[in-house]
Ligand binder design. Structure first.
Ligand code: NAP
Length: 551
């Protein structure tokens, strides 16, 4: 679906703010910053709004956070007028919602669709970014908001022989808009992360044969999806502003139950009952049932063992069940998968699990996939290989500072930011949900709202004081980066291979990129920094170079 820019966004050559990406964060940034009286322009590579939801239209795509949480809270009217049909909205419904938001708040006219930002060069003299797009526009802006998400640049398949495959292949994260035939085909799925486990049951129901190529088993728990709990939605809808504040004060920015006490506080029978209750409730709560689960291997083993026992209960063939059981990492140390009928799929006659850790994929042939132990004939290969997390989309945007560097040039030993929102050396560049913020560990929709509000507050502060540049001081950025490392020091997940961990190749040191201290603790600190006149940020005015840091 193409959405032209009716008011000629393409003709603008100078704006206050360029917002890259028209997903949850980008749409709200356009709205909120326009309300401040700033001129705004969105740049979006796709033909419509939606961000990751535009591209991830694979069969089974569905948000795995409750829809009463995974939506906008800035407008009580919007909250009340949109009623989700299910506990977890499917991708088509999420697209309808984001289309509705774009129309309701008249945002489309600010967006250049089918355009990718291919360069943004900071010009210290003009105190502006000079921006170029793939569709040939050149413009300048005072502020650049990268609402491109942390999981949006796909890992492309690079298996040898793929170019000779005579069947069809697709990527879940770039699923075509045209229909992809599934019925009666021999399908292979490569990848069993959150995406793969959502796609498998839906593909299994249509394929003649489905081969699931699993390199690492993940823990998956049932979503327990169903119709929306209308009374919960109404109760939240009656007090949206208060709920919003409460979400900002919740570790995961959601209504998930908080962890119970440490496992040792409960008898074995009580623990078993708690785990059964959590399984029946469904969703991400299994990742933090007990308060010491993320740091104590002993407690973690109790929860992991419970999930493995469920896998063995569900999957009829003991050998397949064993291959699906993760033993190589504690539960919750890679993102928990949330599924609807994933393990049950392996009880179908037409589904085969292929263990590619045991027998790696050697190459793609003209007719299928060759592993070390055999050949699998396929008509369609679905790659669900994940993303270049945190830096992929930023690198693709080619943002250059005065010295010609990109942020990732300065992040060789892991991302360095202040609050995950800005990085030193890149004036006026904002990174909502960036590394060093709770990011992928908290509900993204609500976190985006918090970050955009924070940015709006900062730009308002600058306007009141006549500042035209802002960036973190090196000292404040060092302190925050040290704090991000400190709060992750004892967590089990830092030592597990995982897209949230940056590993330094020279000495093997491991940096956990998101802020693991919880959204609540993060918000308290970000609010305090703002209240102290944006302590740790350096502001500048035209004619001055490098004015003293605030606070
Ligand atoms: P992912 O978790 O990174 O999983 C990628 C999968 O591809 C893994 O199973 C990986 O195996 C496999 N893989 C990669 N290269 C391979 C190779 N050469 N050979 C065989 N297997 C290979 O990616 P994802 O599933 O797309 O999920 C990423 C994130 O997106 C999630 O954690 C979540 O934050 C988000 N997401 C959200 C939703 C939702 O809300 N509904 C849905 C989907 C995704 P290894 O594990 O061995 O590397």
């Amino acid at each position: 679906m193409t959405h032209p820019s009716p008011s000629g966004a393409s003709e603008q050559t100078e704006v206050d703010v360029v917002v890259v990406g028209a997903g949850f964060g980008g749409l709200y940034a356009l709205y909120r910053l326009r309300e401040l009286g700033l001129s705004v322009l969105g740049i979006e590579a796709a033909s419509g709004v939606g961000g990751v939801w535009y591209h991830n239209r694979y069969p089974g795509a569905r948000v795995d956070v409750d829809s009463v949480d995974y939506c906008y809270y800035f407008s009580p009217e919007l909250y009340r007028e949109w009623r989700w049909s299910e506990r977890y909205a499917g991708q088509p419904e999420l697209m309808r919602y984001l289309d509705h938001v774009a129309d309701r708040f008249a945002l489309r006219r600010h967006i250049l669709f089918d355009s990718r930002m291919i360069r943004a060069q900071w010009s210290p003299g003009a105190r502006r970014y000079q921006v170029e797009t793939s569709s040939g526009q050149r413009l300048t802006c005072r502020f650049l908001v990268m609402a491109t998400g942390q999981l949006s640049a796909p890992r492309r398949p690079d298996f040898p022989g793929l170019d000779r495959f005579r069947g069809e292949w697709v990527q879940t994260s770039r699923w075509p808009e045209r229909p992809v035939a599934l019925a009666g085909r021999r399908i292979g799925v490569v990848g069993t992360g959150s995406t793969g486990v959502q796609a498998v049951p839906v593909l299994a129901a249509q394929a003649s044969q489905l081969h699931v190529f699993q390199r690492s088993p993940n823990y998956s728990v049932p979503a327990q999806n169903g119709p929306l709990d209308a009374s919960l939605w109404r109760a939240i809808g009656a007090r949206v502003p208060e709920e919003r504040r409460e979400l900002f004060a919740h570790p995961a920015a959601s209504h998930l139950p908080r962890p119970r006490g440490p496992a040792a506080d409960f008898s074995e029978a009580q623990r078993a009952q708690i785990l059964e209750e959590q399984w029946a409730l469904g969703g991400h709560g299994m990742g933090f049932v007990f308060s010491d689960q993320t740091v104590s291997r002993q407690t973690n083993d109790i929860v992991a063992g419970f999930v493995r026992s469920k896998i063995r209960e569900i999957v009829a063939d003991p050998a397949t069940a064993e291959k699906l059981c993760p033993y190589d990492h504690p539960i919750g140390t890679r993102r928990l998968c949330i599924d609807t009928g994933y393990y049950e799929s392996f009880n179908r006659e037409n589904v085969t699990l292929v263990d590619v850790r045991e027998s790696p994929i050697e190459r793609i042939t003209e007719t299928g996939i060759q592993t070390a132990s055999g050949h699998h004939e396929l008509d369609l290969i679905v790659f669900a290989l994940g993303f270049h997390a945190f830096t992929g989309a930023l690198d693709g945007a080619n943002i250059r500072n005065e010295a010609g560097q990109q942020p990732s040039d300065l992040w060789r030993r892991g991302p360095r930011t202040l609050l995950g929102l800005m990085t030193a050396g890149f004036p006026n560049l904002f990174l909502p949900t960036g590394p060093g913020s709770p990011s992928v560990l908290a509900n993204m929709s609500v976190q985006n709202e918090y970050h955009v509000d924070w940015i709006a507050g900062c730009l308002g502060h600058m306007a009141r004081h006549g500042f035209d540049t802002v960036e973190p001081t090196a000292k404040a950025q060092d302190d925050w980066t040290a704090h991000v490392a400190e709060v992750s020091r004892d967590i089990l997940r830092r030592n597990v291979q995982n897209y949230m961990v940056h590993v330094n190749e020279d000495d093997g040191t491991r940096i956990f990129m998101p802020y693991v201290g919880g959204m609540d603790r993060y918000v308290r600190q970000a609010d305090a920094i703002a209240a102290a006149g944006y302590r740790g940020f350096r502001f500048g005015r035209a004619g001055e170079r490098g004015s003293a840091p605030a606070g």
